[in-house]
Design a binder for this molecule. Structure first.
Ligand code: FNR
Length: 200
């Protein structure tokens, strides 16, 4: 079998996977939502990315509230994650860390209901992030990785994607910079392989 035939047959074997995409920002013109949409557009055809847009409906975590039942925003979040084969998170960086709104949502999602596992447990995930600054969320991402891994998520180790100076690469809400688009496309290609490795 030639290399091309081998590559074709491997890609034919890849199953269609549903990915839940989350941008960790509530900002209307969030750069992280922009790069998440670019990932959706540039992903290989076997990945279907559905962007969860309900982060703003997830209340602050409170164990007393949880004890009487998940609020509807939390149920929607958990259902979006449970219904997907994998998780893709684009995180901003606030004060060198993960924005509270994203960490709060993950705290809710990490919780184990009576007699079940958490929505996050066992999911393959990829993380990336964008910022107007020069570090491109390089400090927030290790913290996000730790939080996810603490919840039983299999976070793809590489490539690490820090989209820096992002404001110059976005026009009218679209990631237009060709280099950045190639980086995002490579991330999604690697993610497809990672999902297949985790879901053997
Ligand atoms: C920021 N920003 C920021 N950027 C960064 O690269 N490192 C940082 O530590 C911080 N800290 C920070 C704290 C707070 C409270 C805010 C509001 C902002 C800037 C941040 O990267 C910028 O606002 C991004 O545009 C946020 O991402 P979205 O909303 O565009 O996705």
């Amino acid at each position: 079998m030639s290399e091309t035939e081998r590559a074709n047959s491997m890609s034919e074997e890849r199953s269609v996977r549903r990915v839940c995409g989350i941008a960790g920002s509530l900002r209307q013109s969030s750069f992280n939502r922009v790069v998440l949409r670019a990932a959706q557009e540039l992903a290989p055809e076997e990945l279907t990315i559905e962007i969860f847009d309900g982060l703003g409906e997830v209340p602050l975590f409170n164990q007393d509230v949880e004890a009487v039942g998940d609020p509807s925003g939390v149920t929607a979040l958990k259902e979006a994650i449970r219904g997907a084969d994998a998780l893709l998170i684009a995180t901003p960086e606030y004060n060198g860390g993960v924005p509270g709104v994203l960490k709060n949502a993950l705290d809710w999602a990490s919780r184990v209901g009576a007699g079940s596992t958490s929505a996050l447990s066992g999911k393959p995930a990829a993380i990336f992030g964008a910022s107007p600054g020069r570090l491109g969320t390089a400090r927030a991402q290790p913290q996000l990785r730790l939080a996810l891994e603490s919840s039983g998520v299999f976070v793809m180790p590489k490539p690490e994607v820090h989209l820096m100076s992002i404001s110059g690469h976005v026009t009218d809400g679209i990631l237009v910079d060709e280099t950045a688009r190639r980086i995002v496309a490579s991330l999604m290609e690697a993610f497809s392989h990672w999902i297949s490795q985790v879901h053997v």
